[in-house]
Ligand binder design. Sequence first.
Ligand code: SF4
Ligand code: SF4
Length: 262
Amino acid sequence: MSELQNKVQELFEKNEMDLFIGYEKGIRKPRPIFVSKAKEAENLIFDENCSGNLAVYLTRKDLVGGKKAGISASYYALKSIAQLFDENQLKEENLCVLGISEDGTVKLFGSVEEIKQYLTETPPPVKPAEDELVRKIDAMTSDERWQFWADELSKCFKCYACRAACPMCYCTKCIVEVNRPQWIQPWATTISNMEWQINRVMHLAGRCSDCGACGAACPLGIPIHILTHKMAESVKENFGESDGKGNVLSTFKPDDKENFIH
Ligand code: SF4
Ligand code: SF4
C-alpha cells in the first residue's frame, strides 16, 4: 500500500471522513474516484499524470453536501482550496486535505492557515511547455496576438468543458446561460466565443490558481489556460499578492491608482 492509500484507509477507520476524492487508474490516464469505504482506498493512485484539479468537486453539493470530505490535492488544487475558503465556499470542519508534493510525500493539513503557509513556502511546479507558449505569445505584436487568439477561439464550439473543469466556476447560473438580457450569444462565432472567454477570464481575475485544468479539458486543444495565466500575472503586477480578503474585482484599497476610487 502507498503512503496515500494507508493514510486514507486510516482516516476512514477512525471515522474521520465520509468521502475521499482522489484518482484511480483509468484507461488512457488517471480518472477521479470517490472513495466511501476504507477498503476502496487501495484503488487510489497519485502520480505526475494526475493533472486535473480535484478541488472542482468540493463545491458540488450533490456530491459533498453534509459530508466530511477528504481530497488528494496537488500544489494547484491547494491554491484553489485556499481561494475557495477565502470566498466562503468551504468550511474547515467539513474538509480533510491531504497535500501531495511532487516527490509523492503526503501531508495532512490541519487548517487552512497551514495550507496557506505551505503555499507561501513552496515554489510552484515548473511547466516548461506553458512557459514556452507564453514566451511565444508575449513576443507577438498586438495585431499578431489578436489574430492568434481569433484563430484559436474560432474553433470553440461552446461545450463549456473549460468551465466544468474549473474549481472557481461554481456559480449556479453562469452569465452565458442568462438570456434576460442576453449578455453573450449562445451560438459559436468567433466574436461570441471571444466574448465568452473574455468574460470567463475577467471573472477569474485574481482567483485563478493557474492549474491549467481548463486548457487540458478543452477537446479542441485551445490553450485558454494561457489567458487566465496572463490575467494572473497582470493582477499580481498591478495589485500585488492577494491578502486573502476578497479578490481583485470585488475589493479596493484606498490607495488604488484609479481615480474613480477617490
Ligand atoms: S481558470 Fe483554468 S487555470 Fe485557472 S483555476 Fe480555473 S481551471 Fe485552473
Ligand atoms: S472547452 Fe474549448 S471548445 Fe469547449 S467552451 Fe471551452 S474553449 Fe470552447
